[in-house]
Design a protein around this ligand. Structure first.
Ligand code: HBI
Ligand code: FE
Length: 292
């Protein structure tokens, strides 16, 4: 998610834990306080979980599904300490609880240390279908499963490292686009079929089938420079998705990125709009919709 952190406008209404940065440590982490979740929270989690899990066999990549199995989180809002143990065993990552969006620098530092910041509060029942800021369902269900894949896990750590570097050079905006179109809204092609791995897709009941099957959005073969020049929407389904074939492509894209060279050459070219197609795009067709 890519909204600028602003404690002045951070929401204080609603569930006990929402948007309360007052107890946050210097690194913006907090204690999860699992006992504060209500029965209604756990019931809402199960409802969200059941709706998404039914979509996963058809729309999520195998690595995401394997990671989700390991996290064992069907029964209610998960206990972060137990989940950290499982993630540590799978790929050497853990999670830290945060009150919501945190500043870029703090976010990058956690990723560079193989800690994924997970928002602790859960949306309200009237928000089941739509939320602009991340909550615990988006962060946990959407992000954590794929982090148990070793290649993706290393890519995300490297993103944190390169993010810290980008911050010093005033290039966070371009790194954030790479994150948006991969970690949040990435698709992968497997045996000619599109599957999703992005957290923004896989935590959304509507965007999960939309991203893979709908004929409206553009699907473009992964292209680092192209993505870093493309703006994005935070409050609607994406108009463009980028497609990889292997998670190694993500790691390599960051590993070989020369931030200064990008700023000098690519960043001076015109910005590419959401849903805009350019000449060099390799387009990829959606999966044909079949009845389940
Ligand atoms: N904070 N909790 C949280 N989650 C995010 O996804 C997040 C963030 N802060 C900054 C941020 N994302 C992005 O702007 C960076 O990836 C650039
Ligand atoms: Fe996210």
């Amino acid at each position: 998610m890519n909204k600028v952190f602003n404690p002045e406008t951070a929401s204080h209404e609603g569930a006990a834990l929402r948007g309360d940065y007052s107890n946050a440590r210097d690194d913006f982490s907090i204690r999860q306080d699992w006992s504060a979740y209500t029965d209604a929270d756990h019931a809402l989690w199960r409802k969200l979980f059941q709706r998404q899990i039914s979509l996963m066999p058809r729309y999520a990549c195998a690595e995401f599904r394997a990671g989700l199995d390991k996290l064992d989180c069907a029964d209610g809002v998960p206990d972060f300490d137990k989940a950290s143990e499982r993630l540590r065993a799978a790929s050497g990552w853990e999670l830290v609880a945060v009150p919501g969006l945190i500043p870029d620098g703090a976010f990058f530092k956690h990723l560079a240390g193989r800690r994924f910041p997970v928002t602790s509060w859960l949306r309200k029942p009237e928000e089941v279908d739509y939320l602009v800021e991340p909550d615990v369902f988006h962060d946990f269900f959407g992000h954590l499963p794929i982090i148990s894949d070793p290649v993706f896990a290393d890519f995300l750590q490297l993103y944190g490292e390169r993010g810290l570097e980008a911050e010093k050079r005033g290039a966070v905006k371009y790194l954030a686009r790479l994150y948006w179109y991969t970690v949040e809204f990435g698709l992968i092609r497997r045996a000619g079929e599109l599957k999703a791995f992005g957290a923004g897709i896989l935590s959304s009941a509507g965007e999960t089938p939309y991203s893979v099957q709908h004929t409206d959005p553009l699907r473009v073969k992964f292209d680092r420079e192209r993505i870093m020049r493309t703006s994005y929407l935070i409050d609607d389904y994406q108009k463009t998705y980028f497609v990889i074939d292997e998670f190694d492509e993500l790691f390599a894209a960051l590993d070989t990125l020369d931030i200064d060279a990008f700023l000098k050459a690519e960043a001076t070219k015109p910005e590419i709009g959401v849903g805009q197609r350019i000449e060099t795009d390799t387009l990829i067709a959606p999966n044909l919709a079949r009845t389940a």
